[in-house]
Design a protein around this ligand. Structure first.
Ligand SMILES: [Fe+2]
Length: 464
């Protein structure tokens, strides 16, 4: 791997936008999977000037449309920021900027209130897409969002409200944002913070929004030295976790000290008696010195916040390198039994960037695998893939609205190194190590990326 080009190995970009119809399928596509699987990720549009960090590649959405047991189409499309539109010889898309900032949202893609929205954080604009992944324009939720949005949001399965924590280095606070089921911002609360921390994800419980205030903070020195992602590990910044009552104000946040670490991603959070339980993927550190990627191997942890004592118990669930934790989203904010992660060697190769920090990769289950965790028994099952498969974020999709927690499918893009192209692999969550239920054969390779969603037709996103 070229050490100074993150867009190599599994992250090597593609250079074309493709549209393909009536895709070949091995196995049987479950007819209840009617909708679109979409996944965002960084794919630089200007390959003559390589970007120094993965987070700085323009967003490209890869989508497969499933209906009536058929895979109707595959499309990959760059998000049309002004730079991308200009590079492709297109007119700029409409929509408001926040603080004159623009970038092709590259981190997540969700469906909400009839919109398909590509997400990014740090004061950059979300972009709305059509059903067929063309860019409509920048999205500020009908003029109701006061700043930038966030890469990670959580849909409360009981209320249909979308929660997020937005941050921006120009703010002396972070912002809790609630978007209604109709797609309008109904609440923003600014929580004052020191040092402008980076906040990539958070947790939602029945009563609380859980805010991670960790020692990765904005660095003016990094900005002034030309670093495009001006955040750095800050030894002076205490690590803490805040509980904001869902309807509370900034003064109501209760802070709990935790050991210094970095967390990109939450598996889930919930309340249990007088405790708040949060399962996260944590790193010992991140953005140390000038090495943006030095962080040690990511491991799955459980943090238990004791509401009586104010203490936090931090325990390791699984110390093998893994990332992209997902649950059955019907369990967001509620106790969960199962969780899914990706243990992709090429991801592990990339993330720590330090020899000797990769943990135990001699375990064959942790070279290229998706992992199903049973957090009740402590057991795990792995679905193994060939080296080079680059299996990304495992997305759980329920088979039926009222089914059991693991009654459904886990899907992701997986490259077939022999064919030189990607498949959409759909596993049965209850037969996780077994053969895939269905494999949709796509016409091109798909780089490793970040996050995605299955947007079912039942949510009204896809008029024919
Ligand atoms: Fe993320």
């Amino acid at each position: 791997m070229a050490d100074d080009n993150p867009f190599s190995g599994g992250f090597t970009p593609v250079t074309e936008e493709i549209t393909a119809f009536d895709l070949p399928v091995t196995g049987t596509l479950p007819p209840e999977l009617s909708g679109r699987y979409l996944r965002n990720g960084p794919n630089p549009i200007d390959l003559d000037h390589p970007q120094p960090h993965l987070f700085l590649g323009e967003g490209m959405i890869h989508g497969v449309r499933l209906r009536d047991g058929k895979a109707e189409w595959y499309r990959n499309r760059w998000v049309r920021s002004d730079k991308v539109a200009a590079a492709l010889g297109e007119e700029p898309r409409p929509g408001p900027y926040f603080d004159d900032r623009d970038f092709a949202a590259n981190t997540h893609v969700i469906g909400h209130a009839g919109r398909t929205i590509a997400l990014i954080e740090a004061g950059l604009p979300a972009y709305e897409l059509t059903e067929e992944l063309e860019t409509v324009g920048r999205c500020d939720f009908g003029g109701t969002l006061p700043g930038g949005y966030a890469a990670h949001s959580k849909l409360d399965p009981r209320t249909g409200e979308l929660h997020a924590i937005a941050y921006y280095y120009g703010w002396e606070y972070v912002q809790h944002v609630v978007i209604s089921p109709e797609g309008k911002v109904t609440r923003t609360v600014n929580i004052p913070m020191q040092d402008s921390p980076m906040i990539h994800d958070f947790a939602l419980t029945e009563k609380y929004v859980v805010i991670y205030d960790l020692p990765v903070t904005f660095s003016m020195a990094a900005l002034e030295s030309g670093v495009r992602l001006p955040y750095a590990w800050n030894e002076e910044h205490p690590a803490r976790v805040g509980l904001l009552p869902r309807h509370g104000e900034a003064k109501d946040v209760r802070w709990f000290d935790v050991d210094p670490c970095w967390v990109f991603h939450t598996l889930n959070g919930y309340e249990l008696d007088d405790q708040v339980v949060i399962d996260v993927v944590s790193y010992d550190s991140l953005f140390v010195g000038t090495r943006l990627d030095s962080g040690g191997p990511p491991a799955l942890d459980r943090w238990t916040l004791d509401l009586h004592s104010g203490m936090v118990k931090q325990t390791r669930i699984d110390d093998r390198p893994q990332e992209f934790p997902r649950i059955d989203e019907r369990r967001v904010s509620l106790p969960h039994r199962y969780g899914y992660t990706s243990a992709t060697r090429s991801l592990a190769d990339f993330l720590p960037r330090r020899a000797g920090d990769l943990g135990d990769l001699s375990d064959p289950a942790f070279t290229e695998a998706l992992v199903k965790h049973d957090l009740r028994t402590g057991g795990q099952e792995a679905h193994l893939f060939p080296r080079g498969a680059n299996a990304g974020e495992p997305l759980f999709v329920p088979a039926a609205a009222d089914g059991a927690e693991d009654d459904g499918y886990v899907m992701t893009y997986v490259n077939d190194p022999e064919r030189g192209a990607a498949d959409l692999v759909i596993l049965s969550a209850q037969d996780f190590a077994g053969d895939p239920v269905a494999t949709v054969h796509l016409p091109a390779r798909i780089p490793l990326g970040f996050h995605g969603s299955f947007i079912p037709d039942s949510t009204g996103h896809n008029p024919r």
